[in-house]
Design a protein around this ligand. Structure first.
Ligand SMILES: C[S@@+](CC[C@H](N)C(=O)[O-])C[C@H]1O[C@@H](n2cnc3c(N)ncnc32)[C@H](O)[C@@H]1O
Length: 254
């Protein structure tokens, strides 16, 4: 079972809503790139390239893949005048670019999009296939904690933003447990535009513990070498609700 693409129906609207929230991720990667020999980047589940495009400036080449056409199309249009960045519409569960990258990233908690363990395994297998002995894989992920499993009975106000076309949009959400999948939430989202238009979507998010993630990584020849509570490198504690993992291949080429 795949995560619904309905929440990613418009790259333009995605950037209008979330476009200003990637600065910590970008700083984290710029710091890593400064201290390590990173020339090539693969952004898996890249969305509209919010992270890929700014990072590409310091790289020889960057590639982004995402399975939502609207996101990839907007990423392509935003980067049409940048020669060293390429975006492809591809599923992370089944892609093969036939090359390796110094740094592979997955941001925006896209790690939680892999609802089925078999899909998570295939995605990790593909990530490993695109790494060489000294590559990094870095991702973020919310952790299973009570606040993320809270449910609501009615749509509740979440937030507002200014749409791509300049209108106010109020966002409402209804949170429930997924009816069949364990440790998975189902969020129904309703966007109400100033002109009366509404857009309804939904998204499923899978929660896995750090231990489970560590085990899965090891099954695919990968190991967690650094872990933080967020992109600012806040130390991870028992009460952390999110996690940023830095991953290396288990056996390095020397
Ligand atoms: C929350 S967005 C994050 C986008 C981007 N990484 C960022 O930080 O802005 C999650 C993205 O994951 C993509 N996605 C989810 N499952 C995927 C899959 N199996 N293969 C490729 N992309 C996927 C969605 O289309 C969406 O663009």
């Amino acid at each position: 079972m795949k995560q619904s693409r309905s929440e990613f129906w418009s790259g333009e609207e995605y950037d209008a809503q979330y476009g200003n929230y990637c600065s910590d991720e970008i700083s984290f990667f710029q710091d890593l790139m400064l201290h390590r020999n990173v020339l090539s980047l693969l952004d898996v589940c890249c969305g509209t390239g919010l992270v890929t495009i700014p990072l590409s400036k310091k790289l020889s080449h960057a590639v982004g893949i995402d399975f939502s056409r609207s996101m990839v199309d907007f990423a392509k249009s935003k980067s049409s005048n940048i020669s060293n960045v390429t975006f492809y519409e591809k599923d992370a569960v089944s892609f093969d670019l036939k090359s390796v990258f110094d740094l592979i990233i997955m941001t925006g908690n896209a790690f939680q999009a892999f609802l089925a363990d078999t899909d998570l395994s295939s995605m990790l297998e593909n990530v490993k296939k695109h790494m060489h002995g000294n590559s990094f894989f870095v991702f973020d992920c919310r952790l299973p904690c009570p606040k993320y499993f809270e449910t609501t009975h009615n749509y509740e106000y979440w937030s507002s933003y200014t749409s791509y076309s300049g209108e106010n949009v109020d966002v409402y959400g209804l949170d429930s447990r997924h009816p069949t999948l364990s440790n998975t939430m189902l969020h129904r989202v309703r966007r109400e535009y100033e002109n009366g238009m509404q857009y309804q979507s939904y998204i499923e998010l899978k929660y896995r513990s750090i231990n489970e993630i560590g085990d899965r990584l090891e099954q695919h020849g990968l190991q967690l070498v650094e872990r933080y509570a967020d992109w600012k490198k806040t130390p991870l504690t028992e009460s952390s609700t999110s996690f940023v993992g830095v991953v290396r291949p288990l056996y390095r080429d020397h």
